[in-house]
Design a protein around this ligand. Sequence first.
Ligand code: 26Q
Length: 810
Amino acid sequence: TLSKSASTSTIGVKEFKERLESKLGRHFEESVEEASKEDVFAALVSIVQDGYSSKWRRTRIAETTNNHKQVYYFSIEFLPGTLLKSNLLNLGWLDTAKEALAEYGLDLDEIASAEPDMALGNGGLGRLAAAFMDSLASTGYAGNGNGIRYKYGLFKQKFVNGYQRELPNDWLKQGDYWEVRRESKSVPVYFGGHVNMVDDHGWMTPQYEGCDVVRAVPYDVALVGYHNGVTNTLRLWDAEIAPEDELKYPSIEDRRKVEDLTSILYPDDSSYEGKLLRLKQEYFFVSAGLQSILNNFIKDYGEEELKNLPKYVAVHINDTHPAMCVAELMRLLVDRERMDWDEAWEVTQKVMSYTNHTIMAEAMEKWDLGMFGQLLPRLIEIIQEIDRRYVLSLEGKVSGDVIQRTRIIQNNQVHMAHLAIIGSHSVNGVAALHTQLLETEVLKDFYLLFPDRFNNKTNGITLRRWIQLANPELAKLLDDTIGTKWRFNSKEMLKFEKYYHDTKVLAKLQAIKLDNKKKLAKVIKDRTGVTVDPEAIFDVQVKRLHAYKRQTLKLLHVLKLYQDLKAGIDHPKRVVIFGAIAAPSYVFAKQVIKVINAVADLVNNDPAIKGKLKVVFLENYNVSLAEQIIPAADLSEQISTTTKEASGTSNMKLMANGALTVATMDGANIEIKDAVGEENIFAFGLDKDEVYSYYANHNYHPRDLYESDPVLKKAVDALIDGTIPNCAGEGRALYDNFLGDNEQFLVLADFEAYLKAQKEAEKTWANKRQWAQMSLVNIAHSERFDADKTIERYAKEIWHLDPVEIDAEK
Ligand code: 26Q
């Protein structure tokens, strides 16, 4: 199969240059030398598109002519970042492009920086979806994404006087280079109005009255597999007014209201608000996606084959946002295709699978029944019928309490996780601990009812992006030591461990890290004006800003280091680097940002500490910035309150780039420790039983800890004693939060253990050889978190897919 063949159609430098010149000549009537960066970028995109267009078409054909089962990954977020370099890499053209450009004195990285990030996601969940798309194509599976083409991506974060400000992210301004509008594949989506059931030749059929029709227009983006020719599709839907409805919306304002459906990405990633527009977005891409799947299916296989839909189609529900897939597929099968309810239900359950990404109660989606019914009058009837039959199926078999707790409709709310679980054959968590907590705590009732449905799929990352693209020098060192096979099969990376005692390799590893740190130091200087020493420890915490992720614990550590240095207690030189976006309405998170920025100002400008500590908060953390920060990291901060971080994925990216992890035993950190061994990670903190014991016994009293530990007291007091200028209010807010008995994230409880882990890290840093050895072990074992492997497990155990076969040479 293709996934196993390494071949691809190659082009030489000479041909690449000819293509570049002809593109620029034809489109802009200019030579490569005259062309602007943007024009060269556009020409490169066009060359890449020519490179995959026939593969894209042939993948579609191969997938249907061989009756291939396909998975459709429904996600309200996709966060691919930029695509030029990854498409070049996957086509096998990266080095050719670099060389060709160099012959004109141009630098590919510089040209590639003209591409705006495709930031149609908030963080982990969206990035995971994008990683899975890359891996599906690269492992040779027929897998497509289905989502929303937001007009504005995740807002741009700016700091003004240390406060977060949000600016619109108009990423389509220059036109999206990669998308193809597929007008002819448009489908209608209906909202509101009333339904009457009428008897049509013996079949009760809904008649819709007075609804609004929105036209869903798909934009397709190619997903190019790594050296295998397989090219899948990410289909993103845009809302428009159907031509036949133009007269209904004569005013621009009315038009805009319809089109606004896909304007903005909701910027919250943890707490959810029952907003009507969000519900509309969810139904919009679910209905459009499923209609398009069924339209294709019927065209290819005919209506009679619908009963066998699960042989051809898997639909994956990424978190509860697309959970309506369950009800919408039932609606389409029963109302439109006139399939008998029981048969439709069997088909639906076999088609659907669901991933849970959180155990936090406030993130669980529940919609007001009245609102839901007004917006989706037929869908709510179907959900009520699913709920009724669910209750009926369990009555007399299990206790009434269990039925009440697990049913879909409770207290006049529609419980989306319950809909997803009841309607799917598979429910998975995203790391071993997370799945275990789902089974024993959060979804315990369901686990006892349907144990076979539950399984774990630990997250993964795109090593191609995070090593091959972001850290080419490390990639080259791997090539020079273990050969190039690791680029196709990450298992090979384990061989890198054989160089544990190889002084030359260790020195090379250190040199590469130093080089990456110098590059980042320049970025830091350009963006913030702060000078940092590349020889210092680069201590990195990059992730969304959230109380449970505990950027505040890092902040207390920074204050403690600063106080030590002021008091003449020495520490190795350290640069603490933060990257974090806060949801605009998340007051506490924004206060944390302000305090960190104020501390950065204080520390970076205090001559008394002689530059031994620097604090840098880089604005607007996104995929492209991550590609610059992560290869330069020495320390990876993964310090969430145990049980709260479902998996984490920055932990994996940082380890793959040789950073050593300071970690609580939460999410995938546990599996990182299992992979590298406890001697190659700085583990600390409360374990899950201790955390749950605090919650159960209500015996967390942070004030006692504060009163009894003078070091802790001193660090916390810095927040309110005037040490930090210009943030009295925010400092007080953090102080009060830390000391409250209802502080759920147990920051002070982990402080002492955290200091100890950091002390260990400092001691290790003094032994450069040992540090490099630990780093090497981390790189070698990052193969365990290769998203290709994760996808293989989804494909085999949940979706039941076979790889596609096409000829890569054409
Ligand atoms: C829901 C309703 C309304 C508005 C917004 C939302 C919303 C949007 C995004 C809720 C949650 C999210 C994103 C969650 C997320 O990113 N979770 C992370 O998923 C990663 C991939 O599995 C894990 O590694 C992280 O641990 C988890 O926090």
